[in-house]
Design a protein around this ligand. Structure first.
Ligand code: NAD
Length: 399
């Protein structure tokens, strides 16, 4: 398919690298950027037919089949509206909107126009995350009780991110959008997010928005999803996830430690990895960054979905739910209370049981805990079903 890339900055370059690598068949044919000069430079770098500083012309170009939005957050809604009006398929980077209201407007635009729309949430498509989601949905770790997702780095690379009006917020809107959607994928997208408790502060940078936040998202089935996001972290880009289920756990480190360590004594090493802060000493490069960050799998799913006339794994509806959760997080950081997630349009399960696992040991007792001690004795902690009294029972080794 022929793609119009809107934006020629940091993420547009990552997208172009992923889209044009490894003999892929979908091609960017033109790029829009704020200045003609940047557009032309990008067009030269990725061998495109041309670059323009006219967004509408890029979208409406007769050869454009798919519009990829890689623009600052305040321009997503306008670009989606124009693409929907032109009847073009549209893929939009994260966060979908600056607020749920803005995201809902974009969702309505594409649904009314009947165009394909995909939410470019790459961190749900990393090879490690895809395998984790598959393992969790196959029941490998039982019922998910808690997810924890962390994205932290020393702060973004362009002026508009630091301007609350243009970006919609600080580390919460920029980074927690990833963490929240990772949590939804692992807990189950049909499970309703109910309320959010969030702390945020501006600890380091001279800005109005938050540069650090920690939040908890409570789900209707009793699961809890934690996000930790920061623009204050020193030492590179920290992308880590943990999942705890009734039958198992998963730990992922997606960037800072990928099994690639290099020592450089001199100053010859240039770029190491996104947001890396050093070029000498012990370094932690990333082999194929676009791949580790999920871009190839993400675009494969998007273009396959267009061809197969199905929804992609990450839709505009998902982007809207994420924005609604983030709205609640912003409110909670101010009110210092749990704040409800307000979703005018909820498409998942209406009522979800908080089903607790059965722990019956025998007719009289429930099993609280079983553990083998260093001396080989097995200890059982049991709770009487009628009286509630807790006792312990020891089973000798070799019995
Ligand atoms: N992992 C990810 O998915 C990921 C990573 C980084 C950024 N993003 C998202 O991508 C979008 C763009 O971020 P970026 O890092 O590429 O930004 P950037 O500043 O590097 O690039 C922005 C591009 O938009 C163009 N532009 C057009 N109008 C503009 C305006 N009024 N102000 C500023 N730029 C304008 C610029 O010319 C530039 O080409 C944002 O929504 C951001 O959240 C996603």
């Amino acid at each position: 398919m022929k793609i119009a890339m809107l934006g020629a900055g940091f993420i547009a370059r990552f997208y172009a690298t992923a889209l044009h690598s490894q003999r892929r068949k979908d091609r960017i044919h033109l790029v829009y950027s704020r200045t003609q000069q940047t557009a032309e430079q990008f067009a030269r770098d990725y061998q495109l037919s041309h670059g323009t500083d006219d967004m509408e012309a890029a979208i409406n170009h007769p050869d454009t089949e798919v519009v990829v939005i890689a623009l600052p957050n305040h321009l997503h809604a306008k670009a989606v509206e124009l693409a929907a009006r032109a009847g073009k398929h549209v893929l939009c980077t994260k966060p979908l909107g600056r607020t749920a209201k803005e995201a809902k407007f974009m969702l309505d635009c594409v649904e009314k126009a009947g165009v394909f729309a995909g939410y470019l949430e790459d961190l749900c498509y990393t090879p490690k995350m895809l395998k984790s989601i598959e393992a969790v949905s196959n029941g490998a770790i039982g019922k998910v009780l808690w997810t924890k997702s962390r994205e932290a780095h020393p702060g973004p690379h362009s002026d508009w991110f630091w301007n609350k009006e243009l970006s919609g917020g600080g580390a919460i809107i920029d980074l927690a959008c990833h963490c929240v959607e990772i949590g939804r994928n692992l807990i189950g997208k049909t499970i309703r997010p109910v309320e959010v408790m969030c702390w945020s502060d501006t600890q380091v940078h001279p800005i109005d928005a938050e540069d650090h936040a920690i939040g908890l998202v409570k789900y209707a089935n009793g699961a809890i999803s934690q996000f930790e996001v920061s623009w204050t972290f020193r030492g590179g880009m920290d992308l880590r996830d943990e999942v705890m289920g009734t039958e198992g756990s998963i730990w992922l480190n997606s960037f800072l430690r990928t099994g690639f360590e290099m020592y450089v004594a001199g100053n010859k090493q240039g770029y190491v990895a996104e947001k890396a802060e050093q070029h000498a000493g012990w370094l932690f490069p990333v082999g194929d960054e676009a791949h580790e960050l999920g871009y190839p799998h993400m675009f494969s799913d998007m273009f396959d979905a267009i061809e197969e006339n199905r929804a992609p794994m990450e839709t505009f509806y998902d982007g809207y739910v994420v924005n609604a959760i983030l709205d609640a997080a912003f409110l909670s950081a101010q009110s210092k209370r749990w704040e409800p997630v307000l979703l005018d349009d909820w498409r998942g399960e209406e009522a979800t049981a908080t089903d607790k696992a059965s722990n019956s040991y025998n007719e009289q007792y429930d099993l609280v805990k079983k553990e083998i001690l260093p001396n080989g004795v097995t200890k059982l902690i049991l709770k009487d079903k009628k009286s509630g009294i807790i006792i312990q029972k020891e089973i000798p080794a070799n019995s």
